[in-house]
Design a protein around this ligand. Structure first.
Ligand SMILES: *Cc1c(COP(=O)(O)O)cnc(C)c1O
Length: 470
């Protein structure tokens, strides 16, 4: 092969390959993952055993790791804000991945659950989650969804537009809700701070579908609109600034803007909102080079920022809520695939790229195609050769963009029937899964203390055909 034609990235990946196969980057793989004679084990179970029992492709979630991540958020934020005399509620963002078992784990670890559709509400209802531990989001809620949330006694509905505030009030009225049993509402604000990956930008106006802008008094007008409806209770303001954020600066700026807004509203109306929600978006490590956000450090930084900004504005710090999704479930889960076709392709530059096809792809992980997202993977059932090939992990869909990992080093003796594990697939993997090519959606299996349990079963052809009424 013409190694001179390799890009710097390909050269780096190829060079790192064989050595990485011998170890696990602890910040990328689930916490109970270990190597046993070169084979991957999770919660004490060898992946070959998991595959024998459950087949591939499968999502495997490390239950203990999920519970630990949930508790880490709750404990870190409570601990950091305790000296300020305020409590923190952690809402698990269900859109990252939600099932009945997951909702129960989150609540057992002291979290609440954020939903944004009737379907997500149905799951938390099935899980028996008390209404007050549930929030409802969304930029286009239906009357049916709003009614369901109100009847279910949800802890809050986050309104996303002026017309929606009126619609929530109208729905509350039609359900007989009055000032005495008013419906708790927050208003989604855009603070002009956007973040994601390593960068953040701060703009005045925003050109996107969510929230109400601080500019031109839109946000204030919306908060006042909630106050004007006696059957709504204004719980507070909410701002979610982005996703996969790895730096605390954007969160700090966002917190400042929210405290300022709360102070302005109180000066103008005398109403001091009891709560502020700072959203989710905390970044994780997908590949060994990524630096995950340090949760306890971030909690401390945010508490310090709020305390100093509140002192500067001569106001108090309200109750806080946050909404992590990815940072709780993302690192806890891997996807197991079986290798099928292997095809070396020589590029025009003389580079040999080994296309390794697996039995899933963009239907169970759309993020690489959608966001150019990076992942890491390893041969999981055996140590493999120490020599590496430059590989591209591709799916089985009829689409050339069906790529799970663009460049990765795999052992040179990778063969059909081998098991590949992709790390950090817990968030926005199964939850964004599709039936493209009428492929069957993979199951979700939890592992804990040497036991594996199906929490979402594999789809069957009967499931598919049930919808096709001919
Ligand atoms: C997506 C979303 C979240 C969760 O984002 P993560 O990046 O998964 O933490 C939280 N709140 C709102 C309103 C969201 O839209």
């Amino acid at each position: 092969m013409n190694t001179a034609a390799l890009t710097p990235e390909e050269t780096r990946i190829l060079a790192a390959g064989p050595s990485q196969q011998a170890e696990l980057a602890a910040h990328v793989w689930p916490s109970t993952a270990t190597l046993d004679d070169g084979a991957l084990t999770l919660a004490g179970i060898n992946v070959a055993e998991l595959v024998e029992q459950h087949g591939t492709p499968s999502f495997i979630i490390d239950e203990q790791h999920f519970r630990d991540r949930a508790r880490l958020f709750r404990d870190s934020f409570r601990h950091a804000f305790q000296p300020l005399g305020v409590d923190v509620d952690v809402y698990y963002a269900g859109k990252s991945f939600l099932s009945v078992a997951i909702a129960k784990w989150a609540v057992e670890e002291g979290l609440r659950v954020d939903t944004c559709t009737g379907g997500e509400l149905a799951i938390v209802e099935r899980a028996g989650i008390p209404g007050e531990a549930v929030g409802l989001h969304g930029n286009n809620k239906s009357v049916a969804e709003i009614s369901r949330a109100i009847n279910g006694g949800v802890g809050r509905i986050v309104a996303d537009s002026l017309s929606e505030i009126d619609l929530i009030a109208q729905t509350a009225r039609s359900l007989g809700r009055t000032e005495a049993d008013s419906v708790p509402v927050m208003v989604r604000i855009t603070t002009g701070i956007h973040a994601g990956g390593h960068e953040f930008i701060s703009t005045a106006r925003e050109d996107q579908k969510f929230g109400l802008s601080l500019v031109g008094g839109q946000a204030l007008e919306a908060l006042k609109r909630v106050l004007s409806h006696p059957n709504l209770k204004l719980l507070g303001a909410h701002a979610h600034i982005g996703s996969q954020i790895q730096d605390s600066t954007a969160f700090e700026l966002n917190a400042r803007k929210m405290l300022e807004l709360r102070k302005t509203l109180s000066t103008e109306t005398g109403y001091l909102m009891p709560e502020l929600d700072l959203g989710g978006g905390y970044g994780i490590a997908y590949v060994p080079e990524d630096q995950p956000i340090d949760v306890s450090k971030l909690a401390q930084t945010l508490a310090d920022t709020m305390q100093s900004v509140a002192a500067e504005l001569k106001t108090s710090v309200p109750r806080i809520s946050i909404e992590p999704g990815r940072a709780i479930v993302g690192p806890t889960t891997i996807t197991l695939y079986t290798v099928g076709t292997i095809k070396p392709v020589t590029t025009d530059e003389g580079v040999v790229r080994t296309y390794v096809s697996i039995d899933g792809g963009m239907s169970d992980n759309i993020r690489p195609a959608l966001y150019d997202a990076k992942y890491t993977a390893r041969l999981a059932n055996r140590p493999g050769a120490t020599e590496a090939v430059l590989a591209r992990l591709v799916g089985k869909h009829c689409e050339s963009g069906d790529i799970v990992i663009n460049d990765l080093a795999l052992p040179a003796d990778i063969a059909p029937g081998d098991i590949i594990a992709v790390a950090a697939t817990g968030a926005y993997g199964r939850s964004m899964a599709s039936n493209y090519n009428n492929i069957l959606k993979p199951p979700v299996i939890t592992v804990k203390n040497g036991q594996s349990t199906v929490i979402v079963r594999r789809e069957t052809e009967d499931d598919l055909l049930r919808l096709d009424v001919g």
